[in-house]
Design a protein. Structure first.
Length: 103
């Protein structure tokens, strides 16, 4: 069984007991969160596609921890002009584990 769900503005294909990284959520570590914007649910060949969401479908997950991602370097350069600029950032992420998919 899998589902396609929208979490923090992004769509993820998820399964039960899967761990994923999403953009930072406003929830405490160890707290259970519920997502109800489920776009698709597939269970042993039975596929339900929402318009835009599946009615009554929800996904529950537990927040494992908050962390920062790898450093992303942004390098800008204009050739023959002597212009170089280095910049970078680290994205704030939340690690969650999917507990159940209900439809």
């Amino acid at each position: 069984m899998y589902a396609i769900v929208e979490i923090a503005g992004q769509q993820f294909k998820i399964e039960k007991d899967q761990k994923i990284y999403v953009h930072r959520l406003k929830a405490e570590e160890g707290q259970e969160v519920k997502f109800d914007r489920v776009m698709l649910v597939a269970n042993d060949g039975d596929v339900k596609v929402g318009t835009p969401t599946v009615e009554g479908a929800a996904v529950s997950a537990t927040v494992i921890k908050h962390l920062k991602g790898e450093k992303v370097l942004v390098f800008k350069k204009k050739r023959r002009k002597g212009y170089q600029k280095m910049n970078g950032h680290r994205q704030y992420l939340t690690s969650i584990q999917i507990n159940s998919i209900s439809c």
